[in-house]
Ligand binder design. Structure first.
Ligand code: EPU
Length: 419
């Protein structure tokens, strides 16, 4: 196993290139199963999760050429319909092959993904939506078995206890594009990653309206064809480096950003005295001391849960007290005890944590538990005085392309070492 060793406090300067979005690329890769023609995808980040999805596509009979940042998939005629436990358990995103397999082959056997360190993460909404399209679904031995002679469009409400679901919306959309007739998804996820998926599906010949709003309307077609598409920039990676600039009080530049996808984040950060200027290339300009701000995570266009941990890290050194409410994954606070080991003053109570800003963080050995918690520990390590060791950094390799190189290029003293 590997760890990151960070020596701080860092002063960052220079520019970082933002990669393509992991959470956009994963369902789009699943969508390639909907056609026997070639799909060419650009701006794909080289990440463990993407490699896992490529492995799954191969296992389902597709030819996949990985030439990052390019991936070409042809899911020709070698049709297999089983997504095995061994792959799905390592990455929940792979569950979204269910919709495309069922739509193209009339059957699918996909392992249930199981629990996850950030919370329970059920798949009831995926199943509800796909059942509504006429599929016969049974659960057996840890697998979802889905069958449908002819999928039929339907109106389906996809909201759950915690709002809309990104991947359930993606799964149902990918199933409905080849169903007969009209489907309406109500309370659909509005995330930019859903819009990106809809854009690829439309290039493949699908008829979709309303993506980006809570009502998505799909008119089924008989067949989809090949397409070429460039994945949108990763808004969570951009947000993470923006917070890295804030916590180290450094001015840095980020390239290949889509600021429109970061509205809630920019609004909160401007209240923290962290200015962001520019368009596709942005300059992050801290105004001195960071001010405390309260936030609540929400589905898009609200503040993203995937940036909550990094924001908590930023608030540890802010002037004042902030209350952070997690409304999407109420248990997603594994970073809290680790940040406290670095001298932070955070109290957690259910889905809230109260962060009392401290003068400085002190380097310490800390344990990464999931992707975004790990990112929070890395940015805290950049700000902390002395040596921080972030253990179990394999989580970071799932979602941050070349993190170490990118941070080094802006002057961070960060290296990788064996445990
Ligand atoms: N939910 C249900 N039932 C379902 C599906 C979801 O109750 O059938 C609940 C979840 O438990 C959660 C809420 O609905 O409380 C939202 O979950 P969602 O389904 O939107 O999450 P997801 O689609 O499984 C994607 C991202 C996550 C990101 C969430 C929320 C991918 C591959 N994953 O997951 O990304 O946190 O949306 O924005 O797109 C990450 O990148 O670190 C990550 C965890």
């Amino acid at each position: 196993m590997k760890k990151f060793v960070i020596k701080g406090p860092a002063k960052l300067t220079g520019a970082i290139d933002i990669s393509g979005s992991k959470n956009s690329a994963l369902p789009i890769l699943a969508a390639t199963l909907l056609t026997d023609e070639e799909v060419v995808l650009r701006n794909i980040p080289r990440l463990k999760d993407i490699e896992t999805m490529s492995r799954l596509l191969r296992c389902l009979g597709a030819d996949v050429v990985e030439d990052y940042p390019l991936i070409i998939v042809r899911a020709g005629r070698k049709k297999k319909y089983t997504a095995p436990y061994g792959i799905v358990k390592t990455m929940r995103g792979s569950f979204c092959v269910l919709g495309p397999l069922l739509a193209r082959l009339g059957r699918a056997k996909v392992s249930l993904p199981g629990g996850c360190v950030i919370g329970v993460r059920p798949v009831d909404l995926h199943i509800k939506g796909i059942k509504a399209l006429g599929a016969d679904i049974r659960l057996d031995n840890g697998y979802v078995y889905a069958k449908a002679k002819a999928l039929k469009g339907a109106e389906v409400y996809l909201g759950g206890m915690f709002g809309s679901s990104v991947l359930a919306t993606a799964n149902v959309m990918m199933c409905a594009v080849l169903a007969k007739g009209r489907t309406v998804i109500e309370n659909a996820a509005c995330e930019p990653e859903i819009v990106d998926l809809a854009n690829v599906l439309k290039k493949m010949g699908a008829k979709i309206k309303g993506e980006g709003s809570p009502w998505i309307e799909i008119e089924g077609v008989n067949k989809l064809g090949g397409a070429e598409h460039e994945i949108i920039p990763d808004r969570i990676e951009a947000g993470t480096y923006i917070m890295a600039a804030g916590i180290t009080n450094s001015e840095i530049r980020l390239k290949h950003v889509n600021l429109q996808h970061l509205g809630a984040v920019l609004d909160v950060l401007s209240g923290c005295d962290l200015q962001i200027k520019g368009g596709k290339t942005i300059d992050v300009i801290p105004g001195g001391a960071i001010k405390a701000r309260n936030i609540a995570t929400l589905p898009y266009p609200g503040f993203p849960t995937d940036l909550q941990a990094q924001f908590v890290a930023l608030m540890t050194i802010a002037n004042g007290t902030s209350v952070i409410t997690e409304r999407v994954y109420p248990d997603r606070f594994m970073h809290v005890p680790e940040l406290n080991r670095m001298g932070a003053n955070i109290k957690r109570e259910g889905p809230y944590c109260v962060v009392q800003g401290v003068k400085e963080l002190i380097g310490a050995p800390v344990m990464a538990s999931d992707l975004r918690a790990s990112a929070a520990l890395v940015i805290a390590g950049l700000a902390a005085k002395g040596k921080t060791e972030v253990h179990r950094i394999y989580h970071l390799e799932r979602g941050y392309e070349n993190m170490i190189e990118k941070l080094r290029s802006v002057g961070a003293d960060i290296s990788e070492a064996k445990e």
